[in-house]
Design a protein around this ligand. Sequence first.
Ligand code: NIG
Ligand code: FE
Length: 413
Amino acid sequence: MKADMIIINASNIVSCSDVQGSGIINDGYIAVKDGIILDVSSGNAPKELKGENTTIIDAHGKTVTPGLIDAHTHLVHGGSREKELPLKLKGVPYLEILKMGGGILSTVRNTRSASKEELKSKAVQSLNQMLLHGTTTVEAKSGYGLDFDTEIKCLEAAKELNTTHPVDIISTYMGAHAIPEEYKGNTQGYISFMVDKVMPYVADKGLAEFLDVFCEEGVFSPEESRYIMKEAQKLGFKLKIHADEIIPLNGAELAVEMKAASADHLLAASDEGIAAMAKAGVTAVTLPGTSFYLMLGKYAQARKMLDCGVRVAIATDYNPGTCPTENLQSIMTFACFGMKMTPEEIIKAMTLNAAYAIDRNTEIGSIEKGKKADLVIFNAPNIDYVVYHFGINHVEKVIKNGNIVVEEGKIII
Ligand code: NIG
Ligand code: FE
């Protein structure tokens, strides 16, 4: 069989195949046919794979990884929050800003007043940045609308962008992100509204595959979170939890109890919760950019998690308040210095382990025969170099479904 594309002479292929370690192949090739990986191995590509129309890419001196997967973002929202910087610098805590009607609630106001087209064109800018920096699949949460019309507007925006933009978007309904001002002091009323009105509609229209809850002091308690998630399960949603981000509430244990696909943040996760996640195979999505940006002086205990056998993923948490960046390469450096993860662990956490967090591990996340040909060629001799030389974009090419979509710093579709 002739390949459509062969990447030859790749100095380093970080395959991230489902084995211990990251499966590095030195001086190898990757053959692609019909958007799928046909073959990957060390050495020269067999002659019979090369046809007249085969595109040959020479990756001598370069590093090839699976397309990066950003398994936790708040992609669709209106406005920005740079005006909160002085408050942050004065040391006003994040949950305090939220209590004062700022934080998430200020973005809610901006999102409600934006049209779907405005939200889409802002999100396209973000998706472009993601793609340019190597991200080929992204999870996108709603949660800045909170009312029916705005939540649906945001989820529809994400669904429409999924069909028009090369980055694949996996949607999550996160009405349980904050208590909206119109329900202040009436959390129960807001929960009933979500459960009775919004969740059935979202499920019926196929607007989201996952449901996420911000289980946090002053937001949704573990009991409230459990109730929302149980109702979500009845409607067929898969689950995620913003767990143990700031105050320890045994969110990791709740994720295990609810058989969530992932528990995210986890800075304050208990040792018991970590051990339970390992046993149950719940993926830990760590967000070191958020730890940095909230100036918490504390990161998720990724080393302990890895030692316990937890599957650790890393994502941006891209959002306007606690991590305004689309760039997973910057997050690699925070993961290395903040959580003491090695570059090989980091790349696996942003590919195969991230694929587990969004239930796509059989399709994407590693360079293996039969998986989608979503690939990044980094202009770097090894993956350590990308983590080490921080703050710039090392992407040389991005390949999505077997097609080159980024080349020489530009999107070319
Ligand atoms: O994941 N923790 C809750 N939600 C977001 C922040 C949202 C915001 O501040 O706008 C997070 O950090
Ligand atoms: Fe988040």
